[in-house]
Design a protein around this ligand. Structure first.
Ligand SMILES: C[S@@+](CC[C@H](N)C(=O)[O-])C[C@H]1O[C@@H](n2cnc3c(N)ncnc32)[C@H](O)[C@@H]1O
Length: 232
């Protein structure tokens, strides 16, 4: 859905403050690193956003591809990580052209909710093709049909209270309520999947998949799945 890509390319207010944004990306990087099986691993972060802590992920692997559809965000990634020889920035079109069996770990965190079900199927097929036989796809932050926006608010406030940005988070929630995000979320909505639905979708693309014990990031009401080639 291009409207969400345009939203992420705009000067949005999804992060309540610089501290919130920095902590968000630090937590995501920590969780991605937890899935890296070897220091030589080739890792793909699919729709990585600003990826402010990507250098830490790159330190823990052999090569890190940062793929992002929003052109403005991609431009900033290129500028930010130009000196880091382990990091390469790619468009999603570039990802579709990547060599077969070239990636050890692909991560898609907090992306599926913005894609149409068909876009997500197509992305899974690409991942299946570019992952090595022993590679894994980690699909994080999946929204469940029965969990509404209230839980997102509670999760954010808990994260903020623990990390000293509660006041910013409260102000941020008010501006979010009045923002394009709220309008888009109301108008186009976010895609939600039950555990069974997402596992079935991954199986349709040829993966075998299971839910992880913990979600990537700060929201425990959302789900993470680990998918791999069958028989590995
Ligand atoms: C919430 S951000 C997640 C960024 C990062 N993965 C993280 O965990 O912080 C959502 C990302 O999805 C991308 N996106 C939005 N709509 C998309 C679509 N239809 N297809 C692929 N990516 C999309 C945005 O450009 C943005 O980078």
């Amino acid at each position: 859905m291009d409207e969400w890509i345009d939203y992420y390319d705009s000067t949005h207010t999804i992060y309540a403050s610089k501290l919130h944004r920095d902590l968000h990306f630090a937590v995501i990087a920590r969780d991605i690193i937890g899935y890296i099986a070897s220091p030589d691993a080739v890792v793909l972060d699919y729709a990585c956003g600003e990826a402010l802590s990507a250098a830490r992920v790159a330190d823990a692997c052999g090569k890190l591809y940062l793929a992002e559809p929003a052109p403005g965000v991609r431009g900033r990634l290129i500028a930010r990580f130009a000196p880091n020889t382990k990091i390469r920035v790619r468009s999603l079109e570039d990802v579709r052209k990547m060599a077969e069996k070239s990636i050890d770990l692909a991560v898609m965190n907090s992306v599926a909710q913005y894609m149409t079900p068909d876009e997500l199927d197509a992305a899974f097929v690409t991942m299946k093709r570019i992952l090595k036989p022993a590679g894994r796809l980690v699909l994080g932050d999946i929204l469940r049909p029965e969990v509404g926006m209230f839980r997102d608010v509670v999760a954010l406030l808990r994260f903020a209270a623990k990390n000293g940005f509660l006041k910013d988070a409260l102000v941020g929630l008010i501006s979010t309520a009045l923002s394009d995000y709220r309008q888009l979320r109301t108008r186009i909505g976010l895609q939600r999947y039950s555990e069974q639905e997402i596992v079935a979708k991954l199986e349709k693309a040829g993966f075998t998949a299971a839910r992880a014990h913990q979600n990537i990031g700060h929201n425990p009401w959302r789900m993470t799945f680990v998918a791999r080639h069958p028989l590995t």
